[in-house]
Ligand binder design. Structure first.
Ligand SMILES: [Zn+2]
Length: 414
């Protein structure tokens, strides 16, 4: 006797119509649609597409829903975003962070996201945001899995107290450590900040996620340093570089040299097309930079790339709704990936490739014996999912339906 059976759903990879059965929080059977399965509860999947949950590999839970407070980022640049946030974070309280972060996690669950990597700024004196989000991680663990990165928004060398705070954050339970080398006062500071980041990661045996070259400066070259340190430290897949926007501004000869080093390092790259297409390319005149790293070139070089939604109504980006398909839709455009195989790959970048970035592949996927985490989308296939970006009809976590959204249907009266 199974606990739950979802009948008549279309497998996202094989396109077969199946019945899927759950017992004790795990996927216990995947059978052809006409197979009878004895169960306590049965739901008709209405021929929706069934797939593992979306994975949000880069978001900030401390800055969400603060856009416009204390002022709107009118220039749209990352630099003005940091200024606004520096002002806003002076008034952070435990409850303020908790309420906003919980609101966004509920929104992400509705959108079918059950795995999240969240960057939390540790530049505030009392680590208020970090402590609040660590508490939420525990409170929400039956519904959504959180990885918390201790993120030094104001730098590590340029804001010296952040070294102690990073260490404190790791002791408190942060899962990974960050750095922001391109934002340090000088290139030398940037390199030193990476030394500290990698040595703390080795000391505390944690993952690394660096904000890397998120700037319209073709001279910002920290991706090579991150890759080299990844090889030297032997940390490989445990290291990720977010953004890497300047990679799109380097000349071809340098990129030809760099990509094999990134590949050798097994470094993960995360692109955030919503915020990057908006915040980058703001300086100077035309022609404009598309504002996103070389997703297609990285993929073709065999490097693991994931696409993240990133900010939701923050001082850095005023929009966002937690729908990963919105980020995929933007990626298809700004990365010039409208080919059939390319769109398929962009879909992977918000699902299994993002799971690889988070190193959660073992418990991720639509296979017997894996945790019963999956979603159903009212579409025919992955391409229609990117085109229409629907909210999942069902979200199942550990075998329990934790969210449902009726399909949006319009009527014409003529
Ligand atoms: Zn970000």
């Amino acid at each position: 006797m199974f606990d739950l059976v979802i009948k008549n759903v279309k497998h996202f990879e094989t396109n077969q119509i199946i019945n899927i059965a759950v017992k004790n929080g795990e996927i216990s059977a995947i059978k052809e649609a006409d197979t009878d399965l004895e169960t306590l509860k049965e739901i008709d999947g209405q021929f929706d597409l069934i797939l593992p949950p979306f994975v949000e590999s880069h978001i900030h839970l401390d800055t969400v829903f603060t856009a416009g407070d204390p002022w709107w980022n009118e220039s749209g640049t990352v630099m003005e975003g940091i200024k606004v946030w520096n002002e806003r974070k002076k008034s952070l309280t435990y409850n303020d962070v908790k309420q906003r972060a919980l609101k966004v996690l509920r929104l992400l669950i509705v959108q079918g996201v059950l795995h999240v990597r969240a960057h939390v700024d540790i530049s505030d004196q009392n680590l208020t945001a970090l402590k609040a989000i660590l508490e939420i991680k525990e409170e929400m663990k039956d519904y959504i899995q959180l990885q918390i990165v201790a993120f030094p928004q104001d730098g590590i060398i340029s804001c010296k107290r952040n070294v102690e705070r990073l260490e404190e954050a790791l002791k408190l339970g942060a899962y990974a450590i960050g750095a922001i080398p391109h934002y340090e006062y000088t290139r030398e500071y940037g390199l030193k900040s990476l030394d500290i980041c990698f040595s703390l990661a080795e000391k505390y045996n944690c993952m690394i996620n660096v904000f890397c070259d998120e700037i319209d400066d073709s001279q910002s070259r920290f991706l090579d340093a991150v890759a080299a340190k990844t090889i030297e430290s032997g940390l490989y897949e445990r290291v990720t570089a977010s953004h890497a926007n300047a990679l799109s501004l380097y000349d071809e000869a340098y990129v030809e040299k760099l990509l094999p080093i990134i590949q050798k390092a097994k470094l993960n790259i995360i692109a955030c097309p919503l915020i990057s297409s908006s915040s980058q390319g703001r300086s100077g005149g035309f022609p404009k930079n598309r504002g996103i790293t070389r997703v297609k070139d990285l993929w073709n070089a065999g490097i693991n790339v994931s696409i993240a939604h990133d900010d939701i109504m923050t001082p850095f980006y005023p929009l966002g709704n937690g729908n990963m398909l919105q980020a995929a839709h933007m990626a298809v455009h700004v990365c010039h990936m409208t080919g059939r195989e390319e769109m398929e790959e962009v879909f992977n970048m918000i699902t299994k490739r993002a799971a690889k970035t988070l190193q959660i592949e073992e418990g991720y996927g639509l296979q017997i014996g894996k945790p019963a985490n999956f979603i159903t989308l009212p579409v025919h296939d992955k391409f229609e999912a990117i085109r229409l970006q629907p909210t999942p009809r069902l979200v199942v976590s550990r075998g329990n339906i934790i969210s449902s959204t009726p399909k949006n249907e319009s009527k014409l009266y003529f």
